[in-house]
Design a protein around this ligand. Structure first.
Ligand code: NAD
Length: 495
């Protein structure tokens, strides 16, 4: 783990003006324009990024297409790709402190979480796909004797990657690593408020020996660079994580351009269900508080709807309140902070809007509900719990993406299932029970990409992540994610 003194040195590092990364080198934006990078820690600018435009996206896509065409990566032996990607994972690990602190300055995640969830997890993901790719075989079809049916697996071509600001490096790696391992060339559009670690990743990839043009990064505003990537006629697929409205736009861009395939990992309103026979109510309360409040609730799988069985409701709420008030919110670069800053002043204002609406609709505020540490100039919010939330309230239906928990009580398993499935989302969920049969019934009954049992979060790279319903489609992580980036081609050979 990183030391406080290392953090305190790195937090002062001069970043300056960062360009785009195209064709293996830093590049100016065509317009010469830039965007200030404001740290949510203190509300002050500490760097700038290039404000890309459609011409820059076009330049990056051309570079990726050219690199793909040469075959230096796309047709290279998988063992070569494995070697380069393994070297990249090692370089990330060598720069883990630098990357962790850089990311926290950008998006405000508490360093304890960021350190593991960003550079270390990205390195692990890259190594996972590096090691997997020389174990992926084509197939021979069970045909009649007079033909040979071969099924080849080929890279798609140019893949666009668009990611959000909460964990840009980790989520970026979930897409970039399998896409590259499969032999594709990639153009990344980082989130405008947290681009710095992905730019650094591209530099490290070049140092690791990735040929020029195989990984490009174009920073800029989503509505400009993101749209240009979505509409580009020479991009074969877009792997996206972000909000529902932008996900819908990407489907439209695809329809209006070249029918590129779109993979969407969208938001959630995930139910966390505590039955009276939970093995340890106190532990369930601690994990549930972390499951919504870490990274200020800016976690796609956050357990933002808590459903508690009536017979243990009061006991559980006491434990939850005590676990929540023990969380120390503060400077995300202080190792003593359990929860860091909200990613931006805009997101903080949005969170407070949800608080006002929940109060107006009759939910009862148990704790929090306000901005704190305003004197720092940063964006900090107290972990917030509302109870008496009903299904018709905004807080029960819409994703906040902030540290705001809505609590409901239930009597029966049927009622819990009905409440759990009553949103348009289906990303994550959890069930706390000592009864194996209840756990398995709930796993079957809940409409979600993941059902945690007696825990919340923490699923590693070996298992798929993604949603059902309006939480999107396509899966990140695990060997299944490789399938998204490989095309099947049949050879039907008369013998
Ligand atoms: P967002 O949708 O606003 O932005 C995501 C990305 O899309 C950013 O890089 C942004 O620049 C880009 N973008 C914005 N407008 C665009 C456009 N018109 N065309 C193309 N790209 C555009 O989301 P956000 O606020 O950065 O992130 C929060 C959302 O992400 C939440 O809804 C959260 O649940 C979701 N999320 C989901 C997962 C998951 O795995 N399912 C993980 C993390 C976050």
């Amino acid at each position: 783990m990183i030391s406080q003194s290392a953090i305190d040195t790195l937090r002062k590092a001069e970043i300056g003006a960062r360009g785009l990364f195209i064709d293996g080198a830093q590049a100016e934006a065509a317009s010469g324009a830039s965007l200030l990078v404001i740290s949510p820690i203190d509300g002050r600018p500490f760097a700038s990024i290039a404000d890309g435009n459609p011409a820059d996206i076009d330049r990056a896509v051309r570079s990726a297409r050219k690199a793909f065409g040469t075959g230096s990566w796309s047709r290279a032996a998988p063992a070569f790709r494995k070697k380069v990607l393994t070297r990249l994972a090692e370089l990330i690990e060598r720069h883990v402190d630098e990357l962790a602190v850089l990311g926290v300055r950008d998006n405000g995640t508490e360093i304890g979480m960021a350190y593991k969830a960003e550079p270390l997890s990205a390195a692990g993901t890259i190594r996972y796909y590096a090691e997997a790719i020389d174990k992926v075989y084509g197939e021979i079809a069970p045909t009649a004797d007079n033909v040979l049916g071969l099924i080849h697996k080929e890279p798609l071509g140019v893949v666009g990657v668009i990611v959000p600001w909460n964990f840009p490096l980790m989520i970026g790696a979930w897409k970039i690593a399998p896409a590259l391992a499969a032999g594709n060339c990639v153009v990344v559009k980082p989130p405008e408020i947290a681009s710095l670690t992905l730019l650094r990743l591209a530099e490290l990839a070049a140092e690791a020996g990735l040929p020029a043009g195989v990984l490009n990064v174009v920073t800029g505003r989503g509505a400009v660079t993101g749209e240009a990537l979505g509409l580009h006629g020479d991009v074969d697929a877009i792997a996206f994580t972000g909000s529902g409205p932008v996900g819908r736009r990407l489907l439209e861009y695809s329809a209006r351009s070249n029918l590129k395939r779109i993979f969407l990992e969208l938001g959630g309103k995930s139910p966390n269900i505590v039955f009276a026979d939970a093995p340890d109510l106190k532990q369930a309360a601690v994990v549930s508080a972390n499951g919504i409040f870490r990274n200020s609730g800016q976690v796609c799988v956050a357990g933002s709807r808590l459903l508690v069985q009536a017979s243990v409701y009061d006991r559980f709420m006491d434990e939850l309140l005590s676990a929540t008030t023990r969380l120390k919110v503060g400077d995300p670069l202080d190792l003593a902070s359990d929860v860091g800053a909200v990613s931006s002043a805009e997101q903080l204002a949005k969170n407070l809007g949800f608080v006002a609406k929940a109060t107006e609709e009759g939910a009862r505020l148990v704790t929090g509900g306000e901005r704190i540490l305003a004197e720092t100039g940063g964006s900090y919010m107290a972990p917030t719990i509302f109870e008496n939330v009903t299904q018709d309230m905004q807080l029960a239906r819409e994703e906040v993406f902030g540290p705001v928990l809505g609590v409901m009580r239930f009597e029966t398993e049927e009622e819990a299932v009905r409440l759990a499935n009553s949103t348009v989302y289906g990303l994550a969920s959890a069930v706390w029970t000592s009864n194996l049969a209840t756990a398995h019934r709930m796993v079957r009954a809940i409409n979600a990409g993941v059902v945690h049992v007696n825990t919340y979060g923490g699923a590693d790279v070996t298992v798929p992540l993604g949603g059902v319903k309006q939480s999107g489609f396509g899966r990140d992580k695990s060997l299944h994610a490789l399938e998204k980036y490989l095309e099947l081609k049949t050879a039907w050979i008369a013998l």
